[in-house]
Design a protein around this ligand. Structure first.
Ligand code: FMN
Length: 170
């Protein structure tokens, strides 16, 4: 896809089919993560946890309790981005750069995807599950990307137009 088509096709997907994500596609998304800009990478780079195990996905999806329902929307793959604590806010910004780039890469692969904070906020309180997932000690799960084949195919869904306020100082 052309870059502009990728941008205009990305949207949050909250309904997935059971079709598993091909290893090559997951690999392309994970590789894209390494292209992200990082602030102070010498303080520690983000760590990715790539999960396709159905039991673990179910456990993660249920972390907010029955009332909230599945907080990863039944996606067949989840990539958690964890960062070491560095300068204030920097870890979160690094995680966001990584997740957004993976979201665009997933879109380019024809995969539905969604940026998720909620599941990582819940996971932060579960030291045992963090360990089970192999998240390095001293790393905090900060953001995640859920991905898979959505019930609707990926296609251009918006116009290239401004929706944010701005002021111009010439
Ligand atoms: C930092 C961040 C955190 C988000 N966390 C969640 C989340 O936990 N659960 C969820 O359903 N959507 C989450 N979203 C998705 C937003 O709700 C979605 O991006 C927004 O409504 C715009 O829709 P779009 O992605 O289709 O353009 C998050 C998005 C961002 C950027």
């Amino acid at each position: 896809m052309e870059f502009k088509e990728v941008m205009l096709s990305r949207k949050s997907c909250r309904e997935y089919t059971d079709r598993p994500v091909e290893t090559e596609k997951l690999e392309a998304v994970v590789t894209a993560a390494s292209m992200a800009p990082l602030g102070m990478p010498r303080m520690g780079k983000p760590h990715l946890t790539v999960i396709t195990n159905k039991e673990l996905l179910k456990e993660l999806g249920a972390l907010a309790g029955e009332e909230r329902g599945d907080i990863i929307y039944g996606a067949p793959a989840l990539i958690i981005v964890s960062c070491p604590v560095s300068a204030p806010g920097l870890a979160e910004m690094n995680a966001a750069c990584v997740v957004e780039l993976m979201a665009l890469a997933a879109t380019d692969q024809g995969l539905g995807n969604i940026y998720l904070y909620g599941v990582t906020a819940m996971l932060q309180k579960k030291e045992d599950l963090k360990q089970k997932l192999g998240i390095p000690a001293e790393y905090i799960p900060l953001s995640a990307l859920a991905l898979g084949y959505g019930t609707e195919p990926v296609s251009v869904c918006k116009a290239f137009e401004k929706t944010l306020d701005e002021n111009i100082i010439a």
